[in-house]
Design a protein around this ligand. Structure first.
Ligand code: GLU
Length: 365
């Protein structure tokens, strides 16, 4: 048995798990998930569901299965399918008099501190009100910002887990977990029950093209595992069709592959770590040394600025850290210019201004 004892669980359900062969939403399956979530709640464990299936079920509803779809058509499918999904969840949880709440997010919601804090507050409020939060990517608008597109709910669910302080992420999928080799090609393939570290070997197994197709998108699951593990959140990849899978994983039964948490960062550090950087500060050697020693980044150490960012945005510091800037890119450029022209006391104060405070800096691995 594993000792997971979570307080807050994120349950991610993949499209192939939530939809039937014919592409329609599997209402019985959702009903079964609802039952398990309600049982967890009776034990004091909160759940956030991250659901896929909007594009798939929308495509079925619009008779578009098998047709080539461009992005706008997929977005249209998502708009239709999202309503179908939510209705299915609402119906399933209504049996237990539990309301559900729809949360549609883009990567941007996790990169802008205000939007992220709003998201966090709303989810906490939903819990207080006894509502089950049901999250999906806002596919309808997400691809407008190509750089911000999640593309997959594996990463989305890991970001939700990391930023919502979950201690267990369960990826329910159509395979049993991570194998050391492709089980469809190799009868000696072994299911890995525990992964404590994402080694080059693990990346290789997951990145294998044959593995990708037939073992079910392991690459994105490994990327999700990295986020979850660094956030102090255990992650289990399990076959979503196993009986009572959610309850059994939570209880610690050795199902699927467990990626063990390596707690390292505070919740704020996690936010900085996983936010999409809006720019980059190139800094000199002295500043790099200072930042690595846990000091603030001062104006005098900044050599050049890349990108267009606002005060409060997350930027890269060289290639070794990320942090929240105290000034916009335009302000930093202006301060640099005037610091070169003046030679006064006022100026020496200016160049010692903290562009990023030490407590807002996270060193990357
Ligand atoms: N957001 C997509 C949908 O609901 C799913 C993306 C994924 O399967 O990872 O259809």
């Amino acid at each position: 048995m594993r000792n997971l004892s979570p307080r807050r669980v994120v349950i991610k359900i993949g499209t192939n798990t939530i939809c039937r062969q014919d592409g329609t939403v599997d209402h019985d399956y959702i009903a079964d998930i609802a039952r398990q979530v309600v049982e967890l709640e009776s034990k004091g464990i909160q759940s956030i569901i991250v659901t896929s299936g909007a594009i798939g079920s929308g495509s079925t509803e619009l008779n578009l299965n098998g047709k080539n779809k461009d992005i706008p058509m997929k977005q249209a499918c998502a708009a239709v399918g999202q309503a179908i999904l939510m209705l299915a969840y609402r119906t399933a949880f209504a049996k237990y008099a539990k309301p559900v709440g729809q949360i549609l997010v883009t990567y941007g919601a996790f990169s802008d501190r205000k939007r992220y804090l709003n998201l966090r507050k709303t989810i906490e409020e939903l819990f207080k009100l006894g509502v089950v939060p049901i999250v999906n990517e806002n596919d309808v608008i997400a691809t407008d910002e190509i750089d911000e597109v999640f593309g997959d709910n594996d990463k989305l669910s890991a970001l939700v887990a990391a930023n919502m302080d979950a201690d267990l992420l369960i990826l329910l999928t159509d395979v049993d977990g991570l194998y050391d080799r492709n089980p469809n090609f190799d009868p000696d393939a072994r299911l890995l029950t525990v992964v404590d570290e994402i080694t080059k070997d693990i990346e290789r197994i997951a990145g294998d093209k044959r593995n990708e197709r037939s073992v079910g998108g392991m690459r994105t699951k490994i990327a999700a595992a990295k986020i979850a593990m660094q956030s102090g959140c255990n992650m289990v990849i399990a076959n979503g069709r196993l009986e009572n899978v959610v309850l059994r994983v939570v209880e610690g039964e050795e199902i699927g592959t467990l990626f063990t948490a390596t707690p390292k960062y505070t919740i704020k550090e996690r936010w900085i770590l996983f936010a999409c950087p809006r720019g980059k500060l190139v800094i000199d050697e002295g500043a790099e040394k200072a930042v690595k020693e846990g000091k603030s980044l001062l104006l005098c150490g900044v050599q050049s600025i890349e990108g267009n960012f606002k005060k409060g945005d997350v930027v890269r510091i060289g290639n070794f850290a990320k942090g929240i800037v105290n000034f916009s890119s335009a302000e930093i450029v202006a301060m640099k210019v005037s610091s070169k022209c003046e030679n006064s006391d006022q100026n020496s104060n200016r160049i010692r201004k903290a562009i990023i405070e030490s407590e807002n800096i996270v060193l990357l691995n």
